[in-house]
Design a protein around this ligand. Sequence first.
Ligand code: ADP
Ligand code: MG
Length: 567
Amino acid sequence: MHDAISSKPASSASRVLEAVFGYSHFRGRQAEIIEHVVGGGDALVLMPTGGGKSLCYQIPALLRTGVAVVISPLIALMTDQVTALKQQGVRAAALNSSLPPEERAETERALHTGDIDLLYIAPERLLNSDLMQRLATVNVALFAIDEAHCVSQWGHDFRPEYLQLGVIAERFPGVPRIALTATADQRTREEIRDRLLPGDAASFVSSFDRPNIRYEVGLKERPRDQLLQFIRDRHAGESGIVYCMSRRATEQIADWLNTRGVPALAYHAGLEPTLRAHHQARFIREEGLVMVATVAFGMGIDKPDVRFVAHLDLPKTLEAYYQETGRAGRDGLPAEAWLVYGLQDIYRIRQMGAESQAGEGHKRREQQRLEALLGFCETSGCRRPTLLAHFGESYAGPCGNCDNCQTPPRTWDAADPARRLLSCVYRTGQRFGATHVIDVLLGQDNERIRQRGHNRLSTFGIGTDLPRATWQSVARQLLAHGYLEPDPEGHGGLRLNDACRPLLRGERGLSLREDLPVRRPEPRSRVAAADVAMAPDTWAALRAQRRRLAETEGVPPYVIFHDATLL
Ligand code: ADP
Ligand code: MG
């Protein structure tokens, strides 16, 4: 009944690729996957966003007899695909709750007469027994489960309905199933296999490297200005996504960008649904719009020419970072992933980890995820191997295309300042935040210090040889590396972690990253920002000048200059 057209020559897939989709070559493992599915095999397809997963089931759908049923979690996603397929002359249709009854009836009729090659449905539709029965009476070519990671309870896209898709195997034995996702997390892969592909499905894992994405991670100073400068300098007039943690921030930043001449829209789950849909539609349709969004925005956004994804807050995990930044450059052209973060961000996520009510095992995993994210942010080496290693992939590197490859960060021996800062945290009672501790180190004479008697501590004023910015850098990295941790009271205080004992006892040293300024001053007048913006070589010259100063004037290399002092 569900015979594969395996007698057709292998080149029939290439012919469909060319005749229907207009492409001359398969990408990556597409050809293998298509051949496997056309031949009736089950498959788990792991391919990064933009890798070309859709063709892996669309071409088999056209080569096998019967209708291919595609399960997709979002109506918007279905609509886009069906529209695109119809334009290419493919008989595709969707069944979802947003359809007018006549259209639904029409689709059901066509399904019966065998006039549909691809039927897109939401998971809850399939589970509807009516449709199940209908499908049992027609020829089903294959089942494709797109965004299959929605079956994972650990991920942030979990859809309970996905859990029930296991019934497909029972109800339609012999019909090939193909589950597709861009999620690389090992645990999620196992869950997809267990729940959606029992039996011996073949796995097709592609490299998750996105060579056209350039990664840059910087220090958060004045995030809005830094973002504006980044957009003006490198992405003027281009489409991009800016991720923020809070809903309020998305609206404020979108408004602010608009006043600065960067057309921007906000997107978050709290927006009125029609407005939200309108913003999404405009972003997809128009060119040069910046979407300032919470993580609610993204899954299924198939906009090929997103030129940058910026993060103004740390994402939850490295996995989330990868997914979010993966929305850039789906067309294969150069794109950028840009992130700024500071001590507060690290503090916040470390605290979330500590407060989590989860059980021990889960907590340990969360801890590992957190360390992976911070490790990526703080690394002095090429970003790519660090990112890909998290997904079990080894990358020979260096890529030559990330910030660290292009401007290798210098490291400095920070053991002595680190010990001074840690002692000061200890002496002040392990309940104050970095600002206060640094005030004490710098011997600041303020009310708070005098009230607490901290001006009488042995650590008072022992840090005047270094500027505040350097101390902030030390504090941030000590927190990132786990020498310091948020105090359990949750009032923003820092306390020592056991890990700092060997450091304090002088049994181990500490080398830290020298922070580079990533912010350029905002031009004061309105005279053409483009004219004032520095060319990349000016920027390089500034850095060189800074290094020279370090060598000739004996200014410690780790002093963080503010751009203004050099201009
Ligand atoms: P994914 O679902 O893996 O994120 P898509 O299937 O949406 O990726 O494909 C991403 C883009 O790549 C689409 O614009 C698609 O048309 C294009 N594409 C896919 N396969 C090929 C190919 N073999 N040659 C050229 N372009 C392709
Ligand atoms: Mg897809």
